[in-house]
Design a protein. Structure first.
Length: 221
């Protein structure tokens, strides 16, 4: 009497034979912060912020706080690079400016700028870049490309109010000895220009991410 044949075990698959995920289903991961490309981008965007200060500011009010393009450059930096790298780019810019390079608005340099009416706005630079960059990371991961411009803009407006205008008002209260209502009223004049700059920054970021899809978030197969 013959014994029934025992089924032989299925051959195990080697890593090369294992099924691969279909194209387009890879997960998205944030780029490493300190790789060579990121360090280069941090330097380039720090230079961009410095260059934005060369354009003469528009004096408004009587407290020595001009309308400048620096906030535009910082929003672009955050929306393109993401939070940590944008914060690093702004920190590098501030380090060079505080060390004596005349790259603040109006050719100013050094720590003495923190004694003027712009101190609060300058103090908010890093926070603004970090927050809008973190928001951009979520937008890139979760929002379809055709709606990113709107979400970039909304994120930039919220961050501008929280991380730029609020520190700016507090800075005027401390350095210029203004009351809260007076400082708040002095700050309101910057809102229209900042909304326009946020819209321009959002459009620039959309174009940058379209041209360089992996600049912030890369797809891992």
């Amino acid at each position: 009497m013959t014994r029934p044949a025992t089924p032989s075990p299925a051959p195990s698959q080697s890593p090369a034979q294992a099924p691969r995920p279909a194209a387009g289903t890879g997960r998205r991961t944030t780029r490493r912060i300190w790789d060579a490309q990121s360090l280069a981008l941090i330097s380039v965007f720090a230079a961009l912020i410095a260059a934005s200060a060369i354009v003469p500011g528009i004096p408004v009010g009587g407290f020595g706080v001009p309308i400048t393009l620096q906030t535009l450059a910082i929003m672009v930096t955050g929306l393109v690079l993401g939070g940590p790298r944008a914060a690093a780019a702004v920190a590098l810019y501030l380090l060079l400016a505080f060390a004596g390079l005349p790259i603040f608005s109006g050719g100013r340099a050094g720590l003495q700028v923190l004694a003027g009416g712009s101190a609060g706005y300058i103090a908010g630079f890093i926070l603004a870049a970090l927050l809008v960059g973190m928001a951009a990371e979520q937008v890139i991961r979760r929002v379809p490309a055709k709606r990113r411009g709107l979400w970039f803009f909304l994120s930039a407006v919220v961050v501008t109010v929280v991380a730029s205008h609020l520190p700016g008002v507090l800075g005027m209260m401390v350095n210029l000895k203004l009351s809260w209502p007076a400082a708040f009223a002095s700050d309101l004049i910057f809102y229209p220009g900042d909304i326009v700059k946020d819209a321009v920054a959002s459009a620039a970021a959309v174009a940058a991410h379209r041209a360089f899809p992996d600049i912030l978030v890369r797809r891992v197969k």
